[in-house]
Design a binder for this molecule. Structure first.
Ligand code: F6R
Length: 612
């Protein structure tokens, strides 16, 4: 994974690079570093987050018109100072930042050892910079030629920025299976893993394509070429200046802020897509391809983690409302089977970041197999968006907390609208029922606001259970993925082991885990499954489990069998997963805080998982 930010031009690059690294920390935050060129090379790198690097550099020399920065998510080698990027070659002359994995680094390293090279780190990246130097020395090559030749021998993925400190009038960049964006300014060029840190300075960007390399000069000129040294014509895209709000406002974390933003974020996602006067759902991406959606044999939804959970809810919605067969696949598994994708199939890729490597690889396979590909992403201009036949944006603004919250509720809202839209095109719903759901959908922001009033209750429940090392989440129907999502949220930010199950499956094994130390969250907001859920709760209570029930206001629930009852606003059953996920987000947040965890940047994780 990792984030790259670089600058070459006339100004001092460091302030832009450190600011950019903070915006790219979603890609990894276990160590960070910068290299600055000002006659000589200054190199600073440190285990920890970007602000720790910034403190470390404070009062040091930071002026220089070339700066390369990196924030790391460890793949090869533990997070420590020496494994942090930038890495340098044996002579110290060549310096490089890398995002990706050099898969044949073992063979290259063994070769270099026979040539007398020594290594300071355990990383695959250091092997590449050393290998570039080997080419440069052995064949007396320019940096450009040495990079090009070295990359020809590499298996794996990379986005790299390389500088020869003895010829500091240019840098070489290259990209394969990891994103790299150039920002073209006046007499200057920015380099970054995505366009967001660049767009503050220039809106003219070039998204490098796989196999592209470029030489960027300090007067702002550049050439793009491929590994065979053929010239590549640049394709310049204009992006919007980022107006992302990085302020925490009154919140102690981005996660809490994003949970409380959900009335507005869901509104931003749904309002432009509902024409209440005519009860129409307006999704041009579907309207423009009506025939494809009307005649689809099958829709396959792909995604990872929370986005996969949203896809599971989408399956319930699209099958029940639009009578279309849906399969939901882990993107990471999809391409390692022989997925059956036929003509007239649609593949929907769901991704908050739009950069998840597994989802991107699955999407590319779907494209190769001839499916119509449709992506639901949050980040505009992201790689997944650019590789799809059609894209609908969540429009919830930047999500910074690693645990996805507002993106999830927007994904489910959008999938609900997609299900309604396809149902309308195919005529699979009674008009009365359709209008009732559309009208209740428009009420969602208000209902979410009311649901957030469960915050103090969830704090209280967390204070009873935060010290327990396990938790179970149960649901039926579309609330089963809500249970999975509740469990994922809890484990990723509080490090409590948690499992999500379909409630009826409990008796087939997991019930053996129930005792007085096991909090069990029962998502029982779907009235059609209520009586069965009550029986499941009785089974847990008989085994002394601690039961926390999530139900709808007005639902008749035997209070005596639950330890806590959380009531959320009543709505149509197809919309209830959006509301029922919110108290579970709040529970995870409170439990994690009580355990002293960093809810925004949990250990071992990154917001955008750009390695397979
Ligand atoms: C969990 C979480 C992850 C992501 C997953 C996919 O809170 O955020 O499970 O959902 O890594 O990421 P995107 O949606 O960016 O493809």
């Amino acid at each position: 994974m990792c984030g790259i930010m670089g600058y070459i031009g006339r100004k001092d690059g460091y302030p832009m690079v450190i600011d950019g690294l903070k915006k790219l920390e979603y890609r990894g935050y276990d160590s960070a570093g910068v290299a600055i060129m000002n006659g000589t090379l200054s190199l600073y790198k440190k285990q920890g987050k970007v602000n720790q690097l910034e403190q470390y550099i404070h009062n040091q020399k930071t002026n220089g018109n070339i700066a390369l920065g990196h924030t790391r998510w460890a793949t090869h080698g533990v997070p420590n100072d020496s494994n942090a990027h930038p890495h340098t070659s044996e002579s110290g002359r060549i310096v490089m930042v890398h995002n990706g994995i050099i898969e044949n680094y073992g063979a290259l390293k063994s070769f270099l050892v026979t040539k007398g090279f020594t290594f300071q780190s355990d990383t695959d990246s250091e092997v590449l910079v050393q290998y570039i130097e080997w080419y440069q020395i052995t064949y007396k090559l320019t940096l450009k030629e040495a990079v090009r030749r070295a990359l020809g021998d590499v298996d794996g993925s990379y986005a790299i920025v390389v500088l020869d400190s003895l010829n500091p009038d240019s840098v070489i960049v290259a990209k394969q299976d990891n994103p790299l964006v150039l920002g073209i300014g006046v007499d200057e060029i920015y380099i970054a893993s995505d366009a967001s840190p660049i767009s503050t300075y220039t809106q003219e960007v070039i998204y490098l394509q796989d196999g592209d390399c470029a030489q960027l000069f300090d007067d702002g000129t550049y050439t793009i070429f491929d590994l065979e040294n053929n010239t590549v014509e640049p394709s310049i895209t204009t992006v919007k200046c980022s107006n992302d709000n990085y302020s925490l406002e009154e919140y102690d974390s981005y996660m809490l802020k994003e949970i409380f933003q959900q009335p507005e974020s869901v509104k931003a996602c749904i309002s432009p897509r509902i024409d209440l006067d005519n009860y129409e759902i307006v999704i041009p991406e579907i309207d423009n391809h009506k025939r494809i959606f009307a005649n689809a044999n099958k829709i396959t939804i792909i995604g990872c983690g929370t986005s996969w959970h949203a896809g599971l809810i989408g399956e319930y919605l699209i099958e029940s409302l639009a009578d279309t067969c849906v399969e939901v696949e882990y993107a990471s598994e999809f391409r390692y089977r022989s997925p059956i994708i036929r003509e007239n199939d649609i593949v929907i890729a769901i991704s908050q970041s739009g950069e998840t490597a597994d989802t991107l690889a699955a999407l590319k396979l779907a494209n190769e197999k001839g499916a119509f590909t449709y992506s639901l992403v949050n980040t505009e201009g992201s790689t997944i968006a650019r590789h799809s036949d059609a894209v609908s944006y969540l429009s919830v603004g930047i999500e910074i907390g690693v645990a996805s919250t507002k993106a999830f509720t927007a994904q489910v809202s959008l999938l609900t609208m997609i299900a309604l839209k396809i149902a309308r095109i195919k005529g699979t719903m009674e008009t009365k029922e359709y209008k009732s759901i559309v009208s209740q959908l428009s009420e969602l922001p208000t209902l979410i606001k009311k649901t957030l009033e469960t915050n103090s209750m969830m704090h209280e429940v967390a204070s009873c259970h935060y010290e327990k090392d396990h938790a179970m989440f149960l649901g039926r129907g579309a609330n089963f993925p809500v249970a999975l999502e509740g469990a994922l949220k809890l484990k990723e930010i509080s490090y409590i082991h948690a499992e999500g199950y379909p409630a009826a499956e409990m008796k087939h094994g997991p019930i053996a885990l129930i005792d007085e130390k096991m909090p069990v969250f029962v998502v029982a907001t779907n009235t059609s499954a209520l009586s069965k859920m009550i029986s499941n709760v009785q089974e847990i209570k008989s085994r002394k489990g601690q039961v926390i029930v999530l139900k709808e206001e007005g639902q008749d629930f035997p209070e005596e069998i639950a330890d806590h009852i959380i009531s959320i606003p009543q709505t149509h059953e197809v919309l209830s997963p959006i509301l029922s996920s919110i108290p579970l987000q709040l529970y995870s947040y409170h439990a994690a805080k009580m355990r002293g965890c960093n809810v925004d940047q949990p250990r071992n994780l990154a917001k955008s998982v750009t390695v397979e």
